[in-house]
Design a protein around this ligand. Structure first.
Ligand code: C5P
Length: 219
């Protein structure tokens, strides 16, 4: 570890977009690549942490970290809850599907002729809000990927999800956000001025975020 500020700290990170099954072959998902979550894992390892990634995607794993592969939001929530008690810092970087199909067919859904297909969706649990409400000293970090009103939405998320930090990024720009290598973020904390970062690579953004977490936890 380059600097040992997170030595012996357990950091739990979710990454990737959840996949919500319609049938054994098909699922609903989103454009998340998992890059930000993996970059955060790398930056946390560099700071000496013991890192567990709970992810829907497999990418190159930072040396010494551990991956638990999951598929949908409910499986991700169960896995997070299994680890949360022994977690010091939880970072919710996953793009969790807000909705899932109400029914999951056991067999492949067949063509209907000309009738189309109606799919009913129900709301998924909010993983960040669930653990935010349960925290007993864990430092909890969430993301806010928005296409508009990021400041307002990010501040609301701090309160609603009991988060200690919200990292906001504007998505829908070609140079920043989902499935690209760069990111520009603004960090929000309760009772503290917001902090804006320049456009940086995702690994440098991750290092900035980990540095800010270290400041919040130790200073
Ligand atoms: O409410 P919204 O989806 O904009 O909040 C984003 C933050 O909440 C991210 O940190 C994301 O990982 C987390 N989240 C979650 N479970 C959901 C939806 C979002 O953990 N069902």
């Amino acid at each position: 570890a380059k600097n040992g500020k997170l030595k012996n700290k357990n950091v739990l990170i979710t990454a990737g977009g959840t996949k919500e099954a319609l049938d054994p072959l098909r699922y609903i998902t989103n454009r998340s690549s998992g890059k930000m979550g993996y970059a955060l894992a790398q930056a946390a390892v560099e700071a000496g942490a013991v890192v567990t990634l709970i992810s829907t995607v497999e990418r190159r794993l930072p040396f010494g970290s551990k991956l638990i592969k999951v598929t949908d939001a409910r499986e991700m929530l169960d896995t997070v809850l299994e680890h949360f008690d022994k977690t010091d810092i939880f970072i919710s970087a996953a793009a969790v599907s807000d909705f899932r199909p109400a029914k999951q067919s056991n067999q492949k859904i067949k063509k209907t002729g000309n009738q189309g297909l109606k799919v009913e969706l129900v709301q998924n649990p909010d993983i960040l809000a669930t653990v935010g409400a349960k925290k007993t000293g864990q430092f909890v970090v969430g993301f806010a990927a928005e296409t508009e009103n990021i400041v307002e939405y990010a501040k609301n998320k701090l309160v609603k999800k009991h988060a200690d930090m919200i990292v906001a990024n504007e998505v829908g720009h070609p140079d920043s956000g989902f499935n690209v290598d760069n990111n520009r973020v603004i960090i929000f904390r309760p009772k503290q001025a917001q902090k804006e970062f320049p456009l940086q690579s995702k690994i440098d953004t991750a290092r900035s975020i980990i540095e800010e977490i270290i400041k919040s936890v130790f200073e």
